[in-house]
Ligand binder design. Structure first.
Ligand SMILES: N[C@@H](CCC(=O)N[C@@H](CS)C(=O)NCC(=O)O)C(=O)O
Length: 218
């Protein structure tokens, strides 16, 4: 078990606007692990530097490094952080609960992220803010997929403050940054309000000190 007193700080490469970087930052914060956020702007016009592509050959953010350990892919990084470092457990012990957590993370990666962030938030909020025009067709096509995501997450949600009941787990941390963008769109707020249990979860997760401390600065 790596303790907070390990010689060098873990380094997380990425930008604070990134959903996936924020997921890892939330896991580090919930474990109580100090780290260095090394700025990497994945959308920089000049492209990514070669030293970063050595850490993430697919050119996405984040990448993680601690001493001689290098990892990319957020779900692998957060599971490693939970298992390798001391601090509160962020994964359920029971096999079924753990599978449900992994199922939710899979759903978020495969279906929710692109639909709720790119097709709805970016089109409705981010593009117009930057002087562009929303692609209404993209938004229209995304709504039914976002509805399936919310319906499925509501069905899977167990009673309690968090998605899997009384334990805050990695799937809460994976979902929160996606919802943070989604609810900035009027469509997102309207759809979330149709899901009372998820709305209550959103109230809880968005009040976490780790969540507040990792708000994007740009
Ligand atoms: N599968 C990757 C996804 C990471 C990802 O898509 N990150 C976004 C930022 S939130 C990115 O790097 N986007 C750049 C691009 O799509 O070119 C993971 O789990 O870490």
């Amino acid at each position: 078990m790596i303790t907070a007193a390990a010689a060098s700080l873990p380094r997380l490469f990425g930008a604070d606007y990134s959903v996936y970087v924020r997921i890892v930052r939330l896991a580090l914060a919930e474990k109580g692990i100090a780290y260095e956020l090394v700025p990497v702007d994945v959308f920089a016009p000049a492209g990514l530097p070669a030293w970063y592509l050595e850490r993430h050959p697919f050119g996405r953010i984040p990448a993680f490094e601690h001493s001689d350990i290098r990892l990319f892919e957020t779900a692998a990084i957060t599971r490693y952080i939970d298992e390798a470092y001391s601090g509160p457990a962020l994964q359920p012990a029971a096999p079924l609960q753990r599978a449900l957590m992994n199922q939710i993370i899979g759903i978020l990666d495969a279906y929710a992220y692109r639909t709720m962030v790119w097709d709805i938030y970016v089109e409705r909020v981010s593009k117009p803010k930057e002087g562009g025009t929303s692609d209404e067709e993209t938004i229209r096509a995304a709504i039914p997929i976002a509805k399936i995501c919310l319906d499925v997450l509501s069905d899977l949600k167990l009673e309690g403050a968090w998605l899997l009941g009384d334990q805050l787990t990695l799937c809460d941390l994976h979902a929160a940054p996606i919802f943070a963008y989604f609810v900035q769109a009027s469509e997102g707020r309207r759809m979330l309000s149709d899901h009372p249990a998820l709305s209550a979860w959103w109230e809880n997760v968005s009040a976490l000190p780790s969540f507040i401390a990792t708000a994007p600065t740009s």
